[in-house]
Design a protein around this ligand. Structure first.
Ligand SMILES: [Ca+2]
Ligand SMILES: [Ca+2]
Ligand SMILES: [Ca+2]
Length: 371
């Protein structure tokens, strides 16, 4: 850990531009007005792009940082304590060929280890992406195992019923097909490293989805994914904003897929978090700088929405993932826009937003037990 700290200090000193850091405008004990956005953190340049989040059993939140926007820095994981103190937790090991790591989605398994989507798409589109397991003992990292290789654009990861599910936003063999996929890896088979075939009917691929190509040419598919209290899986399409609801068979195969949010309901769908006390979906609408809440019956609410900002005001700067921590939402901001996004440009403030969820959307608070 000390070596990482020294490396980061050297890199920060040698960096040409440096981040503007803005202090949080609240602490862990502050009462927040429901629905009002606040600055949770702004980070130094070596944490330019907070993305995936996971909560451990002790109430610590982990955040991935692929640093695609600031590629001189490694892909990092940070840890946020229940008192909202953050520190660098782990530098994700670089891919042996690309020399980069791109940690995006992260989630805890029932074994207490952290599963990481190492997304190599932005440096290598030739199926170089991986799933890693960060082994943990007593809250400390003890090493990494490479569990899956051959993925293209792994994004969200979730455990459900003895298997690891992964969305692959650009699982396509032909660039013209706008396709994406959903993987399911049973826990027992992950003990030996799996290399998936580069085909549209590869083993472990349980569904493929076609994104609707947008006027700007973008066709990013399956992105956010989570399970409700009944074991239904929800998957959102990044560029076209549709959300699909899946019922699963006991063996993990797909029983049915229905459209949960129709095309045109919300502009885009990045990270999805489902509160299993209420089965409300929290959706990061990346393109619109908005945070949506969708009830189990499909009723749509907008919890927060704002115009272009650097994030200096604490507000959303291209939100990519929500996580409900107690009764507050932590929101990571990716700040890496396409040309039709409300977010106009990547800037030198790298912030996370916090928002008190209005009481009407909350159920009784129960321990989540780590996710
Ligand atoms: Ca995502
Ligand atoms: Ca920003
Ligand atoms: Ca921005």
């Amino acid at each position: 850990m000390m070596r990482i700290a020294i490396l980061l200090a050297i890199l920060a000193l040698s960096s040409v531009s440096s981040a503007q850091e803005v202090d949080p405008d609240m602490t862990a004990g502050t009462e927040l007005e429901p629905g009002v956005q606040h600055m949770l953190f702004s980070f130094p340049d070596f944490l330019a792009q907070p993305d995936g989040m996971a909560l451990d059993r002790a109430g610590n939140v982990y955040v991935s940082n692929p640093n695609f926007n600031n590629p001189e820095y490694p892909g990092l994981l940070i840890k946020i304590t229940p008192d909202y103190e953050w520190s660098v937790f782990y530098a994700t090991p670089a891919h042996p060929e690309t020399r980069k790591a791109g940690p995006m989605g992260i989630t805890f398994g029932t074994d207490g280890n952290l599963y990481i989507a190492d997304n190599q798409y932005y440096v290598n589109k030739d199926y170089a992406s991986r799933i890693l397991r960060l082994n943990m003992e007593n809250g400390q990292p003890t090493g990494v195992d490479v569990l899956v290789t051959g993925l293209k654009h792994p994004n969200a990861v979730r455990w459900h019923d003895g298997a690891l599910y992964v969305t692959d936003t650009k699982w396509e063999v032909e660039d013209s097909t706008n396709t994406s996929g959903i993987w399911r890896f049973p826990e027992a088979e992950l003990q030996d490293s799996i290399h998936v075939a580069s085909t549209m009917d590869a083993e472990y691929l349980i569904d493929t989805l076609h994104a609707i190509r947008q006027p700007n040419g973008m066709a990013f598919g399956a992105d956010g994914m989570d399970f409700d209290s009944q074991g239904n899986m929800f998957v959102g399409m990044f560029s076209d904003g549709r959300v699909f609801k899946y019922a699963m068979n006991l063996d993990g195969t797909v029983q049915s897929r229905e459209v949960f949010l129709e095309y045109g309901t919300i502009p885009s769908c990045d990270g999805i978090f489902i509160d299993r006390n209420t089965d409300n979906l929290y959706i990061a609408d990346s393109q619109a700088n908005a945070l949506r809440l969708v009830e189990a019956d499909g009723t749509l609410h907008t919890l927060a929405e704002n115009g272009n900002t650097t994030g200096a005001d604490g507000k959303m700067d291209q939100p990519c993932e929500p996580l409900l921590v107690g009764n507050k939402l932590f929101i990571a901001n990716f700040d890496s826009p396409n040309e039709n996004f409300v977010n106009e440009r990547y800037d030198d403030i790298h912030n996370m937003t916090i928002l008190q969820v209005p009481q009407e959307f909350l159920g009784a608070i129960e321990g989540e037990g780590g996710r």
